[in-house]
Design a protein around this ligand. Sequence first.
Ligand SMILES: NC(=O)c1ccc[n+]([C@@H]2O[C@H](COP(=O)([O-])OP(=O)(O)OC[C@H]3O[C@@H](n4cnc5c(N)ncnc54)[C@H](OP(=O)(O)O)[C@@H]3O)[C@@H](O)[C@H]2O)c1
Length: 304
Amino acid sequence: MLYRSLGRTGLQVSEIGYGCASWWGKPTFSEATAVGLVHAAIDLGVTFLDTGASYSAGEAEPRLGRALKGRDVSRLVVATKAGTFHAGGGRIGRNFSPAAVAASAERSLRNLGLDVLPLLQLHGPAVSELTDELLAALGDLKARGLVRALGVNSFDPAVIEHVVDLPQFDAVMVDYNVLRPEREPLIARAAAAGKGVLAGMALAMGHTGLKVAKIRGPQDLWYAARGLVRHREEVRRGARFGFLHRQPDMTGSQAALAYVLASPHVSCAVIGTTRPAHLYENAAASGMALPPALMARIRKAQAG
Ligand SMILES: NC(=O)c1ccc[n+]([C@@H]2O[C@H](COP(=O)([O-])OP(=O)(O)OC[C@H]3O[C@@H](n4cnc5c(N)ncnc54)[C@H](OP(=O)(O)O)[C@@H]3O)[C@@H](O)[C@H]2O)c1
């Protein structure tokens, strides 16, 4: 596993991060398998673990806390998110008030069993929600030693553009993957401003090879439904990238990750998986170079 600096935070993160979200956090997914995946990721050298207060209907964060119990967390960069919460009935609520964000961070510390949150990210705030009062409350969390670094996770370029100019934030998490080359100027600007850049959705939720058509378990049905209901654009664009899965020396997922990591501006590609074989495959993508001919083919597919 190779490691990269997370902007100017002084933190080093593994190029491949593990996303503790979605199906992984659901009680219907075996706790033993979920915990085993986190342990395997750590054993493979993964040091960046990403979760959120509202992930998996609020179940992901405490599950990650149980997985980390008794482990050496000193090298880990555990990232969580605040500003959204599980509102019941499958709904996600939003509250970016300073008091709610501070309370969420303190709850996350308890859920994760940590003394300090290495990275706290605001989860999809609007520009108008990034008030001076909220920025002051975030600064206070840092001053109290509860949070080491601050970030914003947003898939709205206007929000990231705004955050890049705010000195309070150390990192941004954006949707960067083969389907989103339009993010490249933005992540270059963020990196130039000293922000750590995290590629969330680094595998485009698995939609780079018509994953929606491959159903082997209940999680595949769930991911396919999510794609068809909420991420049709990814499913549509992803259909053009079937060639990634027909490369001689790497799998399709490794090719997609090598593309993300070919950007010197990206600190870490974060991927969620429920399958140990996929975890090993993803971890092995660290250090894989994307052949120039394959990059050219990706550029052609991106152009349409
Ligand atoms: N998606 C979002 O809206 C979002 C938003 C903010 C932050 N994030 C962060 O970014 C992380 C990653 O996001 P994501 O959307 O890629 O993850 P995700 O929502 O967890 O989905 C990953 C998909 O890719 C598949 N996959 C993973 N490795 C694979 C492999 N080697 N071969 C084939 N399929 C593979 C997974 O299926 P298997 O389980 O079968 O491997 C799953 O269907 C999240 O876990 C979260 O921490 C995501």
